[in-house]
Ligand binder design. Structure first.
Ligand code: HEC
Length: 130
């Protein structure tokens, strides 16, 4: 039996290969946040945010002020800045998490998060601004 995380990862890999992950425009048309604003998803995302080590760069509250930032050339964004965050669609955030940002030293998380985990994180990030 596969664990639910392993199944989620398989689904994600399948989804990405179906979407032809080189073609971001096609991909973003096909992925959709399955539960925007869901309170349980936000809580799961908050737990993942801590357990996956996001705060070392992004800061405990997502303000982009984690302890690692001194070693980064590109600063992490402030997730509490509404004006900035509304310029990003949910698929943009989803994509950033699974692919990482090589130039900015952000790791890719596609091998350690299921598709639902990534959406939980996206919904958590959305909860950080009013
Ligand atoms: C080693 C430091 C580091 C870690 C760890 C890290 N990030 Fe990042 N992240 C960055 C930096 C730096 C950027 C800005 C990249 C850029 O502007 O191109 C970024 C960008 C992002 C973006 C894109 C934001 C946007 O508006 O375009 C998202 C979403 C994100 N990170 C989520 C996460 C999550 C969730 C985690 C944990 C699972 C995580 N990051 C872990 C450094 C990190």
């Amino acid at each position: 039996m596969l664990s639910s995380t392993a199944k989620g990862v398989l689904v994600l890999v399948l989804l990405l290969s179906l979407a032809g992950c080189a073609n971001w425009q096609e991909f973003s048309k096909r992925v959709e946040n399955p539960y925007p604003g869901d309170v349980a998803a936000v809580a799961r995302g908050s737990a993942l945010y801590s357990s996956k080590g996001c705060p070392v760069c992004h800061g405990e509250k997502g303000r982009g002020d984690g302890p690692e930032i001194a070693s980064l050339r590109i600063p992490p964004p402030d997730f509490t800045n509404r004006d900035r965050m509304i310029t990003r669609g949910d698929p943009d955030l989803f994509w950033a998490i699974i692919r990482g940002r090589e130039r900015a030293k952000m790791p890719a998380y596609r091998n350690e998060l299921s598709e639902n985990d990534v959406w939980d994180l996206v919904n958590y990030l959305r909860s950080l601004y009013q």
